[in-house]
Ligand binder design. Structure first.
Ligand code: SAM
Length: 396
């Protein structure tokens, strides 16, 4: 025997998907300013907790609202239905966005940028590169330190404004619909005296605001988890471990954020894949088994004798392989000793490294000159001399 429809067993007046669509269409025809010819319906669904049908309304494949129908009475539930003015407004926006997307977007082209190592202030230097010439940004920002004797930034707001400028200039370089991935974590400001409390600044959440304001969509928050013990040296949690008083509880931080943003676009990620101008590169970039399936990435921290705040190459490697294709250009505007470039070379990507401190640039030159299988002649050096490779084992 055929299974009874939910609508039948509940005795609803509105029995079928077609009935629900007819009622919704009739309603939308009455909405002043709404062009019913430009919309389509998504799949109507019954919500039998409330005895209603929900009929999604879509314009250019985007859901702009829903018509809700009282399933027993066969009447529109105007309270629950998206308000008419909103429908009209959203329909206009969706049509406008799709028209600009169609007009604006030629198919992506392969960037002509060579590998680059640039010495100088990213805000100044990156402006000189062509728009949309990089395909991924991965970086970790300089640390904000509030102590006037160490801090290069007048105050935290000043720091954030500089970071905004770097995000803006990098966004301009990113090609359509590509990703900006940021490794960042809260900062602990130590107390100046016993009578003061230490303070933690939620830097990642302030960066989130900057990204949204600068035209990015939030995609993911990945947590880089370090092995237990990694954070104890900072002393957080010691007081609680001794006294065990509530309110004094402080967990030892063993994670950093890896925040993933996509440059705002109406185009689906599928467009970036289908329209990529080198389909061989797309095929060669497929990710093998053993990839990270959750947003918890367990990776050991890195240590460098040269730089106090590097991230591990394994982290850069994962980000690069998951968010770019072979031969893409990966930008790190805060390059440090060039960990992102090492990972980019190993993954068959190009790189643009920009770093303000000459000592770190020297270190990049040093390892690049001897990096197995890599020819430093393939790098354009800006504001700094090409390394002398007459003796390839020369250390700087
Ligand atoms: C957290 S470190 C990055 C370390 C890097 N991820 C690595 O593994 O080597 C941030 C770097 O940004 C650099 N920096 C700070 N302000 C800069 C600016 N305006 N332009 C370019 N580099 C800058 C600092 O000198 C520092 O090396």
């Amino acid at each position: 025997m055929a299974k009874k429809l939910v609508s039948e067993s509940r005795g609803y007046l509105v029995r079928t998907v077609a009935d629900a669509k007819d009622l919704a269409r009739e309603f939308l025809r009455q909405v002043n300013g709404f062009d019913e010819a430009k919309m389509s319906f998504g799949l109507p669904e019954i919500d039998d907790r409330f005895h209603i049908w929900r009929v999604p309304i879509r314009v250019t494949r985007k859901k702009i609202g829903e018509v809700v129908i009282d399933a027993k009475m066969g009447r529109i539930d105007e309270e629950k239905t998206t308000k008419s003015e909103l429908l009209v407004e959203r329909e206009k926006e969706a049509l406008k966005a799709s028209a600009t997307a169609r007009k604006r977007k030629p198919d992506p082209v392969v960037s002509a940028l060579p590998n680059m190592v640039i010495q100088g202030d990213s805000i100044e230097e990156l402006r000189k590169l062509p728009e949309e010439s990089v395909n991924l940004v991965f970086t970790s920002p300089p640390y904000y330190n509030a102590k006037p004797e160490y801090s290069e930034y007048s105050n935290y707001e000043g720091y954030l404004e500089l970071m905004r400028k770097v995000i803006r200039v990098s966004a301009n370089l990113l090609s359509e619909g590509r990703f900006f991935v940021l490794n960042v974590s809260p900062v602990l400001l130590r107390r100046a005296s016993r009578n003061e409390a230490s303070k933690r600044i939620a830097v990642p959440f302030d960066f989130h605001r900057l990204f949204i304001e600068e035209g990015f969509d939030f995609i993911d928050d990945i947590h880089w988890v370090k092995p237990e013990g990694a954070g104890w040296s900072f002393g957080r949690g010691r007081r609680f471990a001794a006294d065990r008083n509530p309110l004094q509880y402080k967990p030892v931080p063993v994670t950093e954020y890896v925040l993933v943003y996509r440059k705002k676009t109406d185009l689906l990620i599928d467009w970036n894949i289908r329209k990529h101008s080198d389909q061989d590169a797309v095929r060669d970039s497929k990710i093998a088994d053993g990839y990270e399936t959750t947003n918890l990435w367990k990776i050991n921290p890195s240590r460098s004798k040269v730089h106090p705040a590097t991230f591990p190459e394994e982290l850069a490697d994962k980000v690069i392989r998951y968010y770019s294709f072979k031969n893409d250009v990966v930008l790190d505007p805060f390059a440090g000793i060039g960990t992102t470039a090492r990972a980019a070379i190993s993954a068959g990507r190009r790189f643009v490294m920009s770093e303000i401190e000459s000592k770190y640039i020297d270190h990049i030159k040093s390892w690049m000159s001897t990096f197995p299988g890599f020819d430093v002649d393939d790098v354009t050096f800006v504001n700094t001399d090409r390394p002398d490779c007459t003796n390839k084992h020369l250390k700087f």
